[in-house]
Design a protein around this ligand. Sequence first.
Ligand code: EPU
Length: 410
Amino acid sequence: MEGETQVSGAKNAALPLLAASLLAEGEHTFRNVPDLLDVATMLKVLRTMGCHADRLPGGERRLCKVQVSIVTPEAPYELVKTMRASVLVLGPLVARHGRARVSLPGGCAIGARPIDQHLKGLRALGAEIEITGGYVEARAKRLRGTTIAFDLITVTGTENLMMAATLAEGRTLLENAAREPEVEELARVLNKMGARISGAGSDRISIEGVADLHPVDHSILPDRIEAGTLLVAAAITGGNVLVRGAQPQHLDAVIQKLRQAGCEITSETNGLRCKGPTVIQSADVQTTEYPGFPTDMQAQLMVLMSIANGTAVISENIFENRFMHVPELDRMGADITIQGNSAVVKGVKRLSGAPVMATDLRASASLILAGLRADGRTDIHRVYHLDRGYEHLEKKLRPLGANIRRIKEK
Ligand code: EPU
């Protein structure tokens, strides 16, 4: 694959930012909003509550306007079951509206994913919380700042409580907070709205509550996971691709692994360039919270290792069931065995195209990467998972030389 491509706005920043709009009355403007199913779902969640929330039509589709007015402070089961990040409206609703009714997300394809830490934190801030009929019902006159130490590191948990604490009385300290760039981005935007947050990007975030916030105009940062996926596409095909918009400071751990695999990664003024090696070298991977290697890049890196020279051990430490791509990759000729939370990936010379089934978002991306490298044709079924988090991936890969097209599922 050769050429240049552009990274879209970050899904995992867009979702909390749209939820954060609930914290301030008036009209918010979000730019560089990726055209994704998950974003469409979050806009729907906001509309269900009574807000006007939509993309501008035509060439301005990456621009989103949210006019906040909360009639029903509720995120229904029908929407939460399709996207668990809908739970991000909980903190903002309780903080500004005084009550919220949000469906409890169930388990998900990659793990159980409870929200106990979100609820523990909201209770500590003074919210009354009840679980009835599969819904979280939360109430509070005004939240009160306090110190909350997370038992484990949670990205959306940190975001939910950071948003809630912006309007609390007094100071909130979040300890053992997530350090992801998307958490930092949310803090930046909340501060633009008038919040007083410091320390985001570290594991201790301090939030001085304010009486109210105002609407914001903000352009969303580039998606580091999409960027990483495109870098792997170059790596796996022995190509040379400039990924415009890729932020090297957010991709440290990924760049390090790609270099270990033999790729030449260079930082250019407008992005990152990856030149793939003739022979890929194996490299072990441990997924951990940021700034460690992201779980959202695990499946993609595994495909690269599946054709490497040597054996790689890939350990998944964030989610308990995020190896569903393994049997599908094995059907394409990979030699991967699962041992507990690790996958032992013995590099093979070649992969062969096969009909395969996508099971979740990042698994879909990994199957596409495998298909790029495999001999012959790969048909990927249930590819709709891909559209949740990648903006028209096939349209980005095609100009780089990929022979990829979307066909209707029978
Ligand atoms: N967890 C708990 N209790 C909680 C919260 C989390 O036990 O109250 C556990 C989870 O079950 C998991 C671990 O803690 O084992 C980490 O989960 P986290 O809460 O950090 O995940 P998340 O906030 O639900 C976000 C991203 C995911 C990404 C993870 C980890 C968004 C909207 N989603 O999920 O993105 O994998 O952080 O980095 O930001 C993706 O984009 O494909 C995706 C799944």
